[in-house]
Design a protein around this ligand. Sequence first.
Ligand SMILES: *Cc1c(COP(=O)(O)O)cnc(C)c1O
Length: 375
Amino acid sequence: MTAFSTRAVHAGREDLTDLGIHAVPLDLSTTYPARDSRLEATRLDAFATGEQPEGMPVYGRIGNPTVQRFETALAALEGCEAAVAFATGMAAMSACLLAAVTDGKPHVVGVRPMYGTSDHMLDAGLLGTSVTWASTVDDVAVAITADTGLVMVETFTNPMLTEIDLKELAVACGDVPLLVDNTFATPVLRRPAEQGAQLVLHSATKFLGGHGDVMGGVVACDEQMARKLRQVRIATGGIMHPLAGYLLLRGLSTLPVRIKAASATAAELARRLAEHPRVNKVHYPGDGALVSFETSNATDVINAVRLITPAVSLGTVDTLIQHPASLTHRVMADNDRHEAGINDDVLRVSVGLEDVDDLWADLDQSLRPTPPSNR
Ligand SMILES: *Cc1c(COP(=O)(O)O)cnc(C)c1O
């Protein structure tokens, strides 16, 4: 097998040279003409079981060739047999939960802290699941019952950027599928399938796209699981738009260089923040492009940044800063948020590709108390 960075550029595009084209074709078709109705009927039957027979996908909700290239590439990067793409990360997560529910296993064990909307979806049981919350491998082992259809965890956790031992967790899960939301780490830094995860989920909206201009979600898994997820996708219609598939495939080709550059800058910012007199605590896992830190009057910092973009989301080429207690984790119950350590002093920075000294100058000036005359 070729190296990771080579796969990032070539996976999903291997046939292009023989086709005599260089850029990936963007297929916007909603329907696919065919003269042989009998043949189409058998192909449609196959699609309905979640298979992907040769040829065009009959109808745009069933499949799309451009999106399929992105799926092929992401599967190759995560080291999985297959991948199934969705409209957003939450659509991808919904499909995984619905697959568990339809298997008659509606109980989920969730490892906290978790992305705010994922936490809310599980805690409110919006899709007919019930949840037991856990924070350690031992908690997970105790929480699993005969009805458990999924164990869900994030790497790294949001926004405190802690990490659980995935190998130990996978062992504790036994036969229950382990879903790892790998949005924060990306396959550049962590490949959860190698540690025993059956489902690796991404909000492709973040690092995979990388430029803040495309929404998407994707689940990498084995072909058997992929068939279930495709069936759910056909029925619920949460498909990825072909243009998103195009942009995400393009995003994957620069993913390794973007993550490496942003991680180096994030590590340096974490080091400087730890020495800043107005910073009480820094949360940085040692790699990755996310840094969280604690300072009093955190919302004043958001107000004061000039180069850094004050916005939710992450993984874009420009650096973003946000206040989790107000924004990404607002939907959580106050108690649950505080238990997860997300106090009002926490700020989360998604480091982009700007020069480290320019970013530091902006953070440093934002951390200074505002002179009374300027208020
Ligand atoms: C953003 C995000 C999601 C949700 O993805 P959308 O594309 O916004 O639906 C899920 N998990 C994590 C860790 C995220 O950061």
